[in-house]
Write a protein that binds this ligand. Structure first.
Ligand code: 5GP
Ligand code: ZN
Length: 137
């Protein structure tokens, strides 16, 4: 039996409060509500991170994220919404089963993501982009 907590939720082996489900996706309330309405959109399949998603899974998650985002905005009259997704321990991922956070936001709600901007010269941006483009073929 899998030890993955989100696989257990998908298999209904442990309880979760589900908000949406289709063939590929299960969305449920995060047990650690950063703000009221904080939901997670997870792949049903055990896909560890964004790198492992196939196109159909990526599309299914993106569709569900947009749909549930609209639902959260209405249900909680959210001033803003953060869509957050971590891959790997270095990025803060704690559950190694792909999921996207939807967090309703309000001014001064205390949720902060440090964003250490560097503003390199344009030539650097060109170099970085070329490195990425070379790997997308
Ligand atoms: P990560 O840091 O991997 O992006 O986020 C994992 C999230 O999963 C955390 O926000 C945490 O509160 C949530 N979580 C962990 N275990 C459970 C659980 O058993 N049930 C639910 N609903 N959420 C969980
Ligand atoms: Zn899993």
């Amino acid at each position: 039996m899998t030890e993955c907590v989100f696989c257990k939720i998908v298999a209904r082996q442990i309880p979760a409060t589900v908000v949406f489900e289709d063939e590929a996706v299960l969305a449920f309330m995060d047990i650690g509500q950063v703000n009221p309405g904080h939901a997670l959109v997870a792949c049903k399949a055990h896909v560890e991170n964004v790198y492992a998603l196939d196109d159909a899974q990526a599309a299914a998650v993106a569709r569900a994220v947009a749909r549930i985002a609209r639902g959260i905005r209405e249900a909680f009259a959210a001033e803003g919404l953060s869509v957050y997704q971590a891959n790997g321990k270095a990025a803060g991922q704690t559950v190694m089963h792909y999921h996207v956070h939807l967090v309703p936001r309000a001014e001064g709600d205390g949720m902060n993501l440090t964003w250490p901007v560097k503003n390199p010269p344009r030539a650097k941006l060109e170099e970085y982009a070329a490195r990425i483009r070379a790997r997308l073929a």
